[in-house]
Design a protein. Sequence first.
Length: 189
Amino acid sequence: MKRGIVGVFVIWSALALVACGTAAAPTANPAAVTPEESCDFAGTGATIAVDGKRANFACPKVGESSVVLLGDIKVGDKSWQIQRAVVNMTDKGFTTKSTETVPIIRIELADGSICAFAGTGTTITIDSKHANFTCGRQGDNDVVLVGDIKTGDKGWQIERAVINMTNKSFAGTTEAMTIKAISVGPAAK
């Protein structure tokens, strides 16, 4: 009999723990958190312009509104930044619902490499160009994106460097890589 009571007590205790754990778990307000979003390159041909700026990247829609990244990337005090706009199509063209400047968190290259922002402090340089994004390792060598983004016939490009450590400095081989997408975070408050 004691064994039956103990078993029932254990079951009820476990159920109470699950119920309390579920009830006590905080829930996030999705409207209060703006997650990172990945935006694909819109191409080099015709695209929409908003407020006189070309929509270079298309992001996931917000409801019925389109979301785009406008204009060029700017180097800010704490991050690389770009303007994010929520736009609606009307009978008179696109109208801007909202705009904000957002930080660039990652760059995805056409080969599938994903490179995270390295920060604005002191970074290594290759051929006098700062390493702005880190892409992991290739064998024994670090891989970074150096210099500024350039636009051309193939789209937006940046140099990828494979870093070889020498006795006195960093050396690396570089090649131009096409940008497939960029990920942006919420605007700084």
